[in-house]
Ligand binder design. Structure first.
Ligand code: ADP
Ligand code: ASP
Ligand code: MG
Length: 467
């Protein structure tokens, strides 16, 4: 192949560089950037590391939610100014910088916050989500500037690289889907030359842009996905997700005292755990890592001596693997066919309605003429309910949670289901689902969920590992 075909695009199809060995993408979550001490940990670990680091950052903890509040509630000018000056102040005090770096950060912070004011005042966005994306992206814009200055202060040749120039997406504002081919090409063309020169790109997680340069976001928690989107075309050795816990645990360590870190796991369990609520890795990141054969490591930026978890894309989990995940804010929809309706074709009709309205379904259970399924609370069900009501009775039960036991070694052990049911005990269960040998899910009320998670974890994991 000559590779000499001329494209009309500004960027070349082929890049004059190969990815250098030792390239690692480091993604820092909001909690790793929470305050001056944590930011010092971050810049220290990049400064002392070897090879070719690429840095992807989330917004500082809480900032995305704060900006989303402004976008959604449209408070008065005074409240907006108060919130923006608080956000600005937080960034300026988070990194101990010298006068030069401090002044240059202050200028950029002012510019970014001025952009938020403009977006809040604009009335010409095509829809509210497009407006919200333009506003909340400022969280990552700010943290990327902050981390760049902190790295420079520690002697790292860091340069901000705007994610809008790399992550090309469709127009589904709020949960945009990347164009992988174009994103790969842009990442190689924009980032590789910098990396080869020994510079360290600092890229905002979570955000991207459409072909006509409108800002999009990849869905809450989407910075993990950015890290894998950047790492794959650069043939990175691995992606390190730096967070506030020392790896993926057998349950959320904030909820379950006996949870312990898992040293290594296979891709299937990682995707399943992420899907069923172990928010430590975003499900799109886990899936993308699998499909691009990218090892993922989850580590604690506040406890760098801990090895964390390696998600190995070439491995299926070992027999010893087991974990319990928990996802709140779930709604159960029960659909019963009218007696007059033909049972034949009922399920196909129900799922055709859901498909037409693009409502993603998590768990499903069915009988002869009824079905029940779970969806996320944010989904707007008005139109779906109206259409289903033409041929069935529809009941919607809110404020539920799914609890999922993951681990095919565990679930293949005879008697495990009995033990799980015993652990769930008298807690009312709205739906049970086991579609594969990897996971077993229960839907319970949000209120009952934390205690049920603890009981399942205790019976299936803590007791078992003690024997
Ligand atoms: P970040 O800001 O670094 O992206 P997240 O809040 O998205 O951090 O993810 C880290 C959090 O994930 C932890 O603080 C923990 O409470 C939660 N979590 C939920 N399930 C698990 C699990 N199985 N293992 C580890 N952490 C978990
Ligand atoms: N800042 C975004 C959020 O809060 C993205 C992320 O943290 O990954 O959802
Ligand atoms: Mg996260």
């Amino acid at each position: 192949m000559s590779g000499s075909s001329v494209r009309s695009d500004a960027l070349p199809d082929t890049v004059p560089h190969d990815a250098p060995p030792g390239l690692v993408v480091h993604k820092f979550g909001g909690t790793s950037l929470e305050n001056a001490e944590r930011i010092k940990n971050v810049s220290g670990l990049i400064a002392l590391g070897s090879g070719h680091p690429v840095v992807v950052v989330s917004a500082m903890a809480g900032v995305t939610a704060q900006l989303a509040g402004l976008a959604r509630n449209d408070p008065g000018e005074e409240e907006v100014e108060e919130a923006l000056s608080e956000i600005g102040e937080r960034h300026l005090t988070a990194a101990p910088l010298d006068a030069v770096d401090g002044a240059s950060l202050a200028t950029r912070v002012d510019e970014i916050l001025a952009g938020v004011r403009v977006s809040l005042a604009r009335t010409d966005f095509e829809n509210p989500m497009a407006r919200e994306d333009a506003i909340i992206a400022a969280g990552e814009d700010l943290s990327a500037e902050l981390v760049t200055r902190a790295l420079l202060a520690d002697g790292v040749d860091a340069t901000p690289l705007d994610a809008r120039r790399l992550i090309r997406t469709d127009e589904r504002f709020g949960s945009a889907v990347p164009d992988l081919e174009e994103t790969d090409r842009l990442v190689r063309a924009e980032a590789l030359p910098m990396i080869v020169e020994g510079r360290v790109p600092v890229i905002q997680g979570f955000i991207g842009s459409t072909t006509d340069e409108r800002t999009t976001t990849l869905g809450r928690g989407g910075s993990d996905f950015t890290a894998t989107l950047v790492a794959a075309p650069l043939s990175a050795d691995e992606v390190v997700i730096w967070t506030d816990v020392s790896g993926i645990h057998t349950a959320d360590p904030r909820e379950v005292e006996g949870a312990r870190a898992i040293r290594e796991m296979g891709f299937e369990e990682a995707v399943e755990l992420a899907y069923f609520g172990a928010g430590v890795v975003h499900v799109s990141a886990a899936k993308h890592a699998v499909s691009t054969n990218l090892p993922l490591r989850i580590r604690n930026s506040g406890a760098q001596e801990e090895v964390g978890t390696l998600v190995n894309p070439n491995q299926r989990g070992g027999a010893e693997f087991a974990a319990v995940a928990f996802k709140p804010a779930v709604v159960l929809v029960r659909v019963r066919a009218f007696p007059s309706a033909m049972a034949h074709g009922f399920l196909a009709r129900v799922f055709a309605v859901l498909g037409a309205h693009q409502v993603p379904v998590d768990l499903v259970a069915t009988s002869h003429s009824s079905t029940a399924f779970t969806i996320d609370r944010e989904e707007d069900l008005t139109a779906v309910r109206d259409e289903l009501s033409r041929f069935s009775e529809v009941e919607i039960i809110p404020d539920l949670a799914t609890i999922t036991v993951v681990g095919h070694g565990l679930l293949n052990e005879p008697g495990m289901e009995a033990l799980a049911f015993w652990a769930v005990g008298k807690t009312p269960v709205h739906l049970i689902s086991q579609a594969s040998d990897v996971s077993l899910s229960f839907v319970v009320s949000e209120e009952d969920a934390p205690e049920t998670v603890r009981r399942l974890h205790f019976s299936l994991i803590e007791l078992r590992s003690d024997t």
